[in-house]
Design a protein around this ligand. Structure first.
Ligand SMILES: O=c1[nH]c(=O)c2[nH]c(=O)[nH]c2[nH]1
Length: 306
């Protein structure tokens, strides 16, 4: 039976690399989880088992540690670019490299002035907020850099309504003029930096600003639906960040059901002291892509595959 080899890639997944830099007694930390996927001329290894074109995944892992040691980690994106370029340009059979990075942030633990003066600053507490994400893909000519985050939990305790929705015979949902709007943001945004020679964004600044715009839009949108809020979050990023062409969101609607509400009485919508049951499932799942006009949607719709 004739068969063909379809899409394939290989590499080392979840390389946990931590780099500590020392600025005198003040230390800095970068904590990454790096996954590398390589593809190219791999017919032989799949068909005959010849490993001549296969740079071992063990080498991939060693390269990640060596690059962290020798070149440092300026940003997740820059580190990914450096690695992807290395694999594609140093091994003839490798035509494409995809580097995915999760970054875990650590905050400094405040210590007493005396301790700081004597022992410096070297204690950290893991930040409970989001996990930062970066994905760099390079085929020897063009770059695709997609950054993002997951698990950024946000909540508006008012300025959210939901009414006027379509109904059928199964609809039981009450309309609300004042509800809790809570979600945990998963987002990806794609940069329009695609070629060497084009001015490269400052990845760290870009991340901080993009996150700030996303949060501001969540807080400042008077919401008639999570769909409206998600669009404002994406539009605000596109409007303020010239380096971003596309933003994709996946937002679970973390429903807060008021316990024993009397919609028309003193305990109705938005009452002072209202008590809610925060349900974890099922949840509405609101997903949307927002694009700069004229740009193509390239981020996959299903972010669990990215
Ligand atoms: O913001 C919302 N969008 C919906 O589509 C929806 N559906 C639902 O039951 N509650 C909500 N809330």
């Amino acid at each position: 039976m004739p068969t063909m080899l379809g899409q394939n890639q290989y590499g080392k997944a979840e390389i946990r690399v931590v780099r500590i830099t020392r600025d005198g007694a003040t230390h800095h930390i970068k904590d990454l989880n790096v996954s590398v996927a390589l593809s190219g001329d791999m017919e032989d290894v799949h068909r005959s088992g010849s490993n001549a074109n296969v740079l071992p995944t063990d080498t991939t892992k060693n390269t990640v540690f060596a690059f962290a040691r020798e070149h440092g980690i300026e940003s997740a994106e820059q580190f990914g670019i450096h690695l992807a370029r290395h694999f594609v340009t140093s091994q003839e059979p490798l035509h494409r490299a995809r580097v995915r990075i999760e970054e875990y942030a650590w905050d400094r633990i405040a210590t007493s002035g005396a301790h700081r003066r004597e022992r410096g600053e070297h204690s950290f507490v893991r930040r409970g907020q989001e996990t930062r994400l970066a994905q760099v893909t390079y085929d020897g000519e063009r770059w695709e850099v997609v950054s993002g985050l997951r698990d950024l939990a946000v909540l508006n305790s008012t300025d959210s309504e939901f009414h006027g929705f379509a109904r059928d015979r199964y609809t039981t949902l009450e309309e609300t003029r004042d509800r809790v709007l809570a979600t945990s943001v998963t987002a990806r945004w794609r940069f329009n930096w695609t070629e060497d020679g084009q001015a490269m964004p400052d990845w760290e600044t870009s991340y901080e600003h993009t996150k700030r715009h996303l949060l501001r839009a969540f807080a400042e949108t008077y919401s008639l639906s999570l769909q409206q809020t998600v669009y404002r979050m994406g539009a605000r990023i596109i409007e303020h960040r010239d380096e971003v062409d596309e933003v994709r969101f996946s937002l679970p609607n973390r429903h807060h059901f008021q316990v024993d509400p009397e919609p028309s009485g003193p305990d109705g919508d938005g009452a002072d002291g209202a008590v809610y049951f925060a349900a974890d499932r099922p949840y509405g799942l609101i997903e949307a892509t927002v694009l700069r006009e004229g740009c193509e949607a390239l981020i996959p719709a299903d972010l669990t595959n990215l």
